[in-house]
Design a protein around this ligand. Structure first.
Ligand code: MEV
Length: 438
């Protein structure tokens, strides 16, 4: 296939034709794209205008986790996920903790940051001395842009100069702190930063024949350690009885502690431990139209803040109590972005009873902690495969094109046996062979 230019100018069917002509996708498979179109023409137009080079919608299942008790209020939490056992694991943990006081959560800050990265070839001391005056000019330059956000209780809360010349010659940052009310605020932040970068180039004290500001870039930071949520569960140790009959509450607590300790000393385990947290968080962020890539990037950076990547949870286990907590940075929005134009996102926010951004941070964190707790509790008792494969059996049956009657027989047969793709396929073959002769 040669180089193509102007693909984005094609209409949708021209794009699909091009893909069929140049890839392994055949014409009849390409029709599948239409199957997921919205029957509402206006909504379909909205989807098609959301991104460049649009070819179709991509269905992913949405389910809910029930019994999520957070700060005394019970939520039904929408999860969008392709992974079979995620909702089952989080639901089991949510129910378990609902009977033990539920999840507690608190937002510790909502400050987001961005930087203008630039070089300046004058004297370090001079720019530092000039900066109080420069700061005022930069605030001034953004007044019109921040007006509406200030009315909503947000805006720019601080502007600092960071000297990075020890690390890169002539390199400085203007580090800007923002509050963005209930919006994630990426567009607002980036617009302000670009305005600040133009203003920096206009400041006469910094731009003369001897020295000049050269802007490298102006962009928000997805690392948001000051936009931060803490969520925890706690109970007397003996109240842990009941997750699994095979393990006493004492052994459960001890093994749970060991599993959290392992995630704090071993990077291989830490990544998987944190992935289990994001099984829940990402599912909520997808359902509510939030930027899960940003949140993941921030949390993984935070997990490495001490120079070593570790698990994001902490367990405090004493003779008497079990306190399990998750702390992580998270920048979310419940207005703006696609929240007002995506029908399922709108439904998700309605299911959550229209939370503000802070509440959504707590709901997402609790969903992450529930997912992680459910995973660890299974791992240290039954292992996860039993539950996971039970859920995954439907995918295997669908992949093997099984009919309705056969499905019941297979499900029945595997109700007390280990499930694998090969075992199921073999059983179906035998069953069909047997039926040919009877
Ligand atoms: C699977 O999606 C997530 C787990 O691997 C998480 C974990 O190991 O803690 C089960």
């Amino acid at each position: 296939m040669g180089f193509i230019s102007g693909f984005s100018k094609f209409n949708r069917s021209q794009r699909i034709d091009f893909i069929v002509q140049n890839t392994a996708l055949n014409g009849s498979e390409a029709h599948d794209f239409d199957d997921y179109d919205s029957p509402d023409g206006n909504q379909q137009r909205i989807y098609s205008e959301m991104i460049e080079n649009y070819v179709g919608n991509f269905p992913v299942p949405m389910g809910v986790v029930t019994n999520m008790l957070i700060n005394g209020e019970t939520y039904i939490v929408p999860f969008v996920t392709e992974e079979s056992s995620v909702i089952a694991a989080a639901s089991k943990a949510a129910k378990f903790w609902a009977k033990r006081g539920g999840f507690k959560a608190t937002v510790l800050g909502v400050i987001k940051k961005g930087q203008v990265h630039f070089t300046w070839n004058g004297k370090q001391q001079l720019i530092k001395e000039l900066f109080p005056v420069i700061r005022e000019k930069l605030f001034e330059a953004t007044q019109a842009l921040t007006e509406k956000m200030r009315q909503r209780g947000g805006g720019i809360t601080a502007i600092h100069l960071i000297d990075k010349t020890q690390e890169l010659p002539d390199y400085y940052q203007v580090d800007v702190s923002f509050e963005t009310a209930d919006a994630m605020g990426a567009n607002f932040i980036n617009s302000c930063l670009e305005k600040i970068s133009f203003a920096l180039q206009d400041i006469s004290e910094l731009n003369s024949d001897e020295c000049r500001v050269e802007i490298i870039m102006a962009i928000l930071s997805n690392y948001t350690p000051e936009c931060f949520v803490r969520c925890w569960v706690e109970c007397p140790v003996e109240k842990l009885e009941g997750w699994n009959k095979a393990l006493s509450y004492k052994s459960f607590a001890t093994k749970f502690k060991q599993s959290v300790d392992i995630a704090n000393i071993d990077v291989s385990r830490a990544a998987t431990h944190n992935k289990g947290i994001f099984n829940g968080i990402d599912a909520v962020l997808l359902a509510t139209g939030n930027d899960w890539r940003a949140t993941s990037a921030s949390a993984h950076a935070y997990a490495s803040r001490n120079g070593k990547y570790t698990g994001l949870t902490t367990l405090t286990l004493t003779e008497k109590s079990f306190i399990y907590e998750l702390e992580l940075p998270m920048a979310l929005g419940t207005v703006g972005g696609i929240t007002g134009i995506h029908p399922t996102v709108k439904n998700s926010l309605a299911i959550l009873k229209y939370p503000d951004a802070r509440k959504l941070m707590m709901i997402a964190a609790a969903s992450g902690l529930a997912s992680n707790f459910g995973a660890i509790a299974s791992l240290i008792t039954t292992g996860i495969q039993a539950g996971h494969m039970k859920m995954h059996l439907s995918n295997i049956l669908n992949q093997l094109n099984i009919n309705f009657l056969e499905s019941d027989i297979v499900r029945n047969y595997f109700s007390d046996k280990a499930i694998s793709y090969n075992a199921v396929e073999e059983f179906i073959q035998k069953m069909r062979k047997k039926n040919e002769f009877t």
